[in-house]
Unconditional design. Structure first.
Length: 100
């Protein structure tokens, strides 16, 4: 699917790219994942600012949402995600996604 960002999504992506540390506080369904993945794509493949990115997320988001968004959007081709998912008993970290 072709990604045509809304103005606020483009602004948020630019903010992430321009800051060493950032966070997005947007309501559900406003595109936090695609905004973040787009920023990661730019930092990795356009600007060569980073080589790997560690994302710590709830299990469902790491297992279902991030891989689904990577497959959904055409412009994210070239990003590879390795999910490290923990167990439900809490011994291991809940989940981590490494994009490279």
């Amino acid at each position: 699917m072709k990604y045509v960002p809304h103005e606020y999504q483009e602004y948020a992506k630019g903010f992430i790219v321009s800051q060493n540390i950032s966070a997005l506080f947007l309501d559900c369904g406003l595109g936090k994942t695609v905004i973040t993945l787009t920023a990661i794509w730019e930092l990795l493949l356009d600007y060569f600012e980073v080589r790997k990115v560690l994302v710590i997320a709830p299990l469902r988001v790491a297992r279902d949402t991030w891989p689904g968004e990577l497959k959904k959007w055409e412009h994210l081709q070239g990003l590879v995600m390795s999910a490290v998912l923990g167990s439900e008993n809490g011994i291991k970290p809940e989940s981590q996604c490494i994009c490279h």
